[in-house]
Design a binder for this molecule. Structure first.
Ligand SMILES: Nc1ncnc2c1ncn2[C@@H]1O[C@H](COP(=O)(O)OP(=O)(O)O)[C@@H](O)[C@H]1O
Ligand SMILES: [Mg+2]
Length: 251
């Protein structure tokens, strides 16, 4: 396997919404294949807007490349087989009448054997503990249930690059733990935008802090998440798990 292949490159990306809000400005970073990057920052920092560029849902000024290939109108479909994005709001993700249809939907394009589709769908529903929701419609679900279904629709496709927007918000502790273990163990490339700095501490290898549309800091896990002053400047807090590990390290 080639070492250090770049999975994602973002070059001088800026995006302004039609109402004039500059959501991201001059963002550049790259992610190596298999690397786990956490994008942290306060509300309104531009994290979600940035993630929407990674699978071409938004197109700003600048360039986004997936495995070396710039995202264009022409290759969107191919790009989306490589990049799986779980939205912050599950209502943006789910559109089929039943949970089962939503989870199976993306597979129809890629897998032809009906039994294989059924097996994959059954497995991911079981992993997330939501088999009992299979026959329900989306409006019969709680927010946390919708979030699990959203995760299932993307994880079932096993995308090479997994992009998750606030993935633990609204999850119960058991589901959160399952997700963290999944993200820890997978060898896939992961990009997560999150407020959950304990999650960032557990799975992140590299951190970017965004604030007001810009990257204001970047570095290794401890360099960023152990820097109280830096975090507080951006409405963030040292993760509890970091502090616990420090105490543990002394005894
Ligand atoms: N559809 C939209 N139209 C106009 N402004 C938006 C829209 N979505 C987000 N914004 C604005 O863009 C900025 C970045 O938002 P967002 O990317 O959602 O931040 P974050 O995910 O870090 O909380 C905020 O100022 C927000 O109010
Ligand atoms: Mg957001």
């Amino acid at each position: 396997m080639a070492m250090n292949r770049l999975a994602l490159e973002v070059n001088q990306l800026s995006y302004t919404f039609s109402n004039g809000t500059v959501a991201i400005r001059d963002i550049s970073f790259s992610v190596t294949e298999g690397e786990k990057l956490m994008i942290i920052g306060p509300n309104g920092a531009g994290k979600s807007t940035l993630l929407l560029h990674i699978n071409g849902l938004l197109r700003g000024k600048g360039e986004v490349k997936i495995f070396g290939e710039p995202i264009t109108k022409k290759n969107l479909k191919k790009i989306r087989t490589k990049v799986g994005l779980v939205f912050q709001n599950p209502d943006d993700q789910l559109f089929m009448p039943k949970v089962l249809d939503d989870v199976a939907f993306g597979l129809f394009d890629r897998v032809t054997a009906r039994e294989e589709i059924e097996a994959k769908v059954r497995k991911i529903l079981k992993d997330l503990g939501i088999e009992h929701l299979a026959g329900k419609s989306q409006h019969q679900l709680s927010l946390g249930e919708k979030r699990k279904v959203s995760l299932a629709t993307v994880l079932v496709l096993e995308p090479e690059i997994l992009v998750l927007d606030e993935p633990t918000s609204g999850l119960d502790p058991g589901s959160r733990r399952w997700l963290i273990n999944y993200l820890k163990e997978t060898s896939r490339t992961i990009v997560v935008a999150t407020h959950d700095l304990d999650l960032a501490w557990e799975i992140g290898q590299r951190m970017i802090i965004m604030d007001r549309g810009e990257i204001v800091a970047r570095g290794g896990r401890e360099e960023i998440l152990g820097n109280k002053d830096l975090l507080e400047q951006h409405n963030l807090e040292i993760p509890l798990l970091y502090l616990l590990e420090k105490i543990g390290a002394r005894s």
